[in-house]
Design a protein around this ligand. Structure first.
Ligand code: ZN
Length: 181
């Protein structure tokens, strides 16, 4: 059952889920706000108010997702070839020492990597414009040099993508376009 709250004149739908966690979290991945609360925690009104700007922004991105067009032309094989060629180029530059590259349907992200230098990419990247695929690949490549999202990491990102916040928003919109039915 979805509940509703009015934030700055916008009606926001949300759902509460309880888990064995210490701190409350919020997610928007499924197209509406999910409040994940510790067991027994019922005081979430402040949490909603405190985060209302973030919530309203996510809500805007969801509305925007209805206007985004997906690329249905690119096949999965073409996606893999494209990503391989990008990684080859970066490898010449940075000597990345990559172990494996794999593709799967991912529920929460576009890509990931681990300390053993295995890269994983979301198959749904094939629906995105090339410049966003490049951006996702670059993000994972930089993780091979800088594992955490620290200042150093963002310096690398900013250097090549001064507009990275805009690109992150576009990725969020595409996420909604693909995953909200
Ligand atoms: Zn990352």
């Amino acid at each position: 059952m979805l509940k509703e709250i009015l934030l700055k004149d916008t009606l926001i739908k949300y759902k509460i889920e309880r888990r064995l966690i210490k701190h409350p979290r919020m997610e928007f991945k499924t197209g509406y706000l999910k409040l994940i609360l510790p067991m027994g925690c019922s005081d979430f009104h402040d949490l909603l108010i405190k985060n209302q700007n973030w919530i309203l922004k996510q809500n805007n991105l969801i509305n925007l997702s209805k206007t985004y067009e997906l690329n249905y032309e690119r096949t999965e094989l073409e996606l893999q070839e494209y990503i391989s060629s990008l990684i080859n180029d970066y490898d010449k530059l940075y000597d990345l020492n990559i172990n494996t590259i794999s593709y799967r349907k991912m529920k929460k992200r576009w890509g990931s990597c681990d300390i053993k230098h295995n890269l994983k990419f979301n198959k749904n990247l094939k629906y995105l414009p090339s410049y966003l695929i490049e951006y996702v690949v670059f993000h994972e490549i930089i993780h091979l040099k800088e594992f955490n999202h620290n200042k150093n990491f963002y310096n690398y990102i900013k250097n090549r993508y001064p507009n990275y916040k805009q690109l992150d928003d576009e990725l969020t919109v595409y996420w909604f376009t693909i995953n909200i039915k």
